[in-house]
Design a protein around this ligand. Structure first.
Ligand code: ZN
Ligand code: ZN
Length: 93
């Protein structure tokens, strides 16, 4: 089971904790014109919403049924790419 949390931080708590994206390693800052930060927390890591995407096909992942994250190890994958990787692993045995 993979739990995905979407956090809406207020600006002050963001300044205190200074979260960094695990994928691009840039700090996660409020969007322009907003003092609210939106980030994804998954597998104990923090991501920009736009960085939370499939490593193979770059599909942006979220909690929608057909866009859920199916991580393999610490690789973020969509369901289709996860299946394809698992299939190719099995074919190599
Ligand atoms: Zn990022
Ligand atoms: Zn994919």
């Amino acid at each position: 089971m993979h739990l995905t949390y979407l956090y809406h931080d207020d600006y002050l708590s963001n300044m205190t904790y200074g979260p960094r994206c695990d994928k691009c390693s840039n700090p996660i800052c409020p969007e322009d014109g907003s003092n609210e930060t939106v980030r994804i927390i998954s597998m104990g890591k923090t991501f920009h919403v736009q960085c939370y995407q499939c490593q193979d096909c770059s599909l942006q992942l979220n909690d929608e049924l057909d866009r859920r994250c199916y991580p393999l190890g610490d690789i973020l994958l969509c369901q289709a790419c996860c299946r394809r990787r698992l299939a190719s692993v099995n074919n190599n045995l």
